[in-house]
Design a protein around this ligand. Sequence first.
Ligand code: ADP
Length: 181
Amino acid sequence: NKIIKQLKVNNVEIKLVSGDITTEETDAIVNAANSHLQHGGGVAGAISRKGGPGIQKESNEYIQKYGKVETGNVAVTSGGKLKCKYIIHAVGPIWRRGSQQEEKLLYDAVFNALKKAEELKLNSIALPAISAGIYGYPIEKAVLVYKKAVYDFINSNPQFVKEIRFVIYDEAHLDYFLKEF
Ligand code: ADP
């Protein structure tokens, strides 16, 4: 994957990377999951296929034990065969023209993923463009929310998280990220 831009905010590196999140070697990668942690298509499908059957199995066990993951919340599994230690499954909202608190829910999904990495004492995390694929959240609006969540998190003075990567798979999203960060 190729680093397109990097900036430092307080003591945290933010990196915009183009490519495929499944190859990232950060301590955690974030999955754009659904509430039932059924990893079929999009980035979830790619993570599940490449990480091996253990990821869907652990996800099913999580759902069995705790029930579904509400929109805006996260669940953790191992990274399976991927290079990351953990996968943080974040459930973003389906875009419904902004009428269903989508902005708050997307903010929560990103912020809670970062918070979980800090709780796990991780140094680095990579995120995809949550909700901006099958869930239809307009990218120009989504990047504003990603930025706010990341900056708020950094301003909370995390002790462990020192690198936050956005891995941009859709080339058409790149300019929006570059404009905002
Ligand atoms: P959602 O249902 O939350 O929209 P998707 O998986 O459909 O989730 O898409 C989220 C984003 O992930 C989209 O911008 C899509 O382009 C991107 N994406 C798809 N595959 C990958 C991948 N292998 N690595 C990183 N991002 C990916």
